[in-house]
Design a binder for this molecule. Structure first.
Ligand SMILES: Cc1cc2nc3c(=O)[nH]c(=O)nc-3n(C[C@H](O)[C@H](O)[C@H](O)COP(=O)(O)OP(=O)(O)OC[C@H]3O[C@@H](n4cnc5c(N)ncnc54)[C@H](O)[C@@H]3O)c2cc1C
Length: 446
């Protein structure tokens, strides 16, 4: 046997799995197709939110809140050890209580958990230290190497274009970029899986001064709401105070004909600041029958938004959406409409002013519109005409795997699934936690 454990993916799920196994006597290899470790995590500004309702789903993981908190404390200590900023992104309790109270008047759940911000400029250094520490403890890395396929015949065989590696246990943590690759493998290996919920939404960008009263006390402000129009869950996600709107990494692109379509996202630096704040509004939808393929639906939304944007991301002013007209380049910065209040941080030649109603199915647009108006009661100015809505923002963590109890072991013995790609997490802390869970399950098999 070459390795006891092979981990596919060096994102937070893979790194925390390796970290837990490094404390025991295992031969561990981490493989990643990227040239540097860290997964999507290293490309992000690394907002760490420690709350059992955020970036994880305890029902899906089948663990208690107490156990989740124990893992979260461990993850926090690790990031601090490797250089994360120790200051906490929450303000005083009285201010937070006021926001909670105001939110509850509008049936919005304002979620307060411990938060830290590593920053796009610092996250890669922190992850580099993490990796070096793992190497010093005997964990091996094979980077710049894509795993092509997995097979099992007693032991497990991990095939790359150069070799086939044999191992006893496999932890798959390929993230959103590898979610479909993993599903293909699952189909071949008879690993049970099904469609889950999908998040489709927009990246909102508004004047930072509007959101400062909130983000000054809760950096990554989490508002959760169920819409009256459709009864769907909507939430704010990935808030970037004084940040920048960007395209997702190319690994997360949707390939369509000869085009590579990258959903939008956002990030913020520790030092460089813009005058705007951005965040996602995500609308979560589960489908049953006759059309249950949430992946295809998500792809359709990405393609449709790009098509409506002339093969660029589409952007619309709230003022235009509200009165039912598309946004146009001629009026995009019109001061008479109040549009000059927010200058987009994504350069205008990379986006197309257009119409969200031509990009997304009505249900998503209804949910987004209702939530913006509700938020405007809690954070006045959210529904200012100048507020920008970028599309597509779609999160592909929609394949769910049946796993045994809280072990994250699939129905195929010794194969474990972790992180966002397996629909087990939705962020760095949650992904890290699933890595620890899978590693502990392997250790418990001894
Ligand atoms: C722009 C952006 C900003 C974000 N900001 C935040 C934030 O502030 N806070 C937060 O909590 N979350 C944030 N996220 C989400 C966060 O990065 C993810 O939730 C987290 O990284 C998921 O971890 P993971 O280990 O499941 O997968 P990933 O981090 O995606 O890692 C998976 C790894 O597997 C590799 N892989 C895939 N397929 C294969 C294969 N076949 N062979 C070999 N390697 C493979 C990939 O190359 C990748 O490196 C952000 C994401 C993006 C894209």
């Amino acid at each position: 046997m070459e390795y006891d454990v092979v981990i596919v993916g060096s994102g937070p799920a893979g790194l925390f799995a390796a970290d837990r196994l490094a404390k025991e006597d295992y031969n561990v290899l981490v493989i990643d197709e990227r040239r540097s470790a860290g997964g999507s995590g290293t490309l992000t500004d690394g907002k760490l939110v420690y709350h059992p309702k955020v970036t994880m789903d305890l029902d899906e993981l089948k663990i208690s809140e107490k156990r989740a908190r124990m893992f979260m404390d461990y993850i926090d200590d690790k990031f601090l050890e490797y250089g994360a900023d120790p200051s906490v992104g929450n303000g005083d309790k009285a201010s937070l209580d006021k926001i909670i109270e105001r939110s509850s008047e509008y049936n919005v759940d304002f979620i307060v958990g411990k938060q830290r911000h590593m920053g796009t400029d610092n996250t890669p250094k922190i992850i580099r230290k993490f990796k070096e520490d793992l190497e010093s403890k005997g964990i091996e890395f094979k980077l710049g190497t894509k795993v092509d396929s997995i097979s099992k015949d007693g032991n497990i065989y991990v095939k790359t274009d150069a070799e086939t590696i044999e191992c006893k246990y496999l932890i798959m943590g390929p993230g959103r970029s590898g979610a479909y690759w993993m599903r293909d493998q699952a189909e071949k290996l008879d690993i049970k899986h099904k469609w889950g919920a999908i998040d489709v939404g927009v990246r909102v960008e508004l004047a930072a001064s509007t959101f400062d009263p909130i983000t000054d006390v809760s950096y990554d402000a989490k508002f959760h709401y169920n819409t009256l129009c459709h009864g769907d869950k909507v939430r704010t996600f990935c808030v970037n105070p004084h940040g920048f709107v960007t395209a997702e990494p190319k690994q997360n692109a949707i390939e369509y004909r000869d085009r590579s379509l990258r959903p939008v996202n956002g990030h913020s630096f520790k030092r460089k600041k813009s005058d705007n704040t951005n965040f996602a509004i995500l609308s979560t939808i589960t489908m049953t029958e006759p059309y249950a393929d949430t992946t295809e639906l998500g792809r359709n939304m990405v393609v449709s938004a790009y098509r409506a944007g002339g093969w660029k991301p589409l952007v619309q002013r709230w003022g235009d959406l509200k009165r039912g007209s598309r946004s146009k380049i001629e009026t995009f910065l019109d001061p008479h409409r109040g549009f000059d209040r927010v200058i987009p941080t994504m350069s205008l030649d990379k986006i197309t002013p257009g119409d969200l109603n031509l990009a997304y199915y009505g249900r998503f647009v209804d949910n987004i519109k209702e939530f913006i108006e509700v938020l405007d009661n809690i954070v006045p100015g959210t529904a200012h005409p100048s507020t920008l809505l970028y599309a597509p923002e779609v999160k592909f963590y929609d394949t769910k795997y049946a796993t045994i109890g809280s072990t994250l072991e699939t129905n195929v013995e010794n194969i474990f699934v972790t992180g966002d790609g397996a629909g087990k997490s939705r962020g760095i802390v949650g992904a890290g936690l699933t890595g620890i869970l899978a590693a502990e399950s392997i250790i418990n098999k001894k």
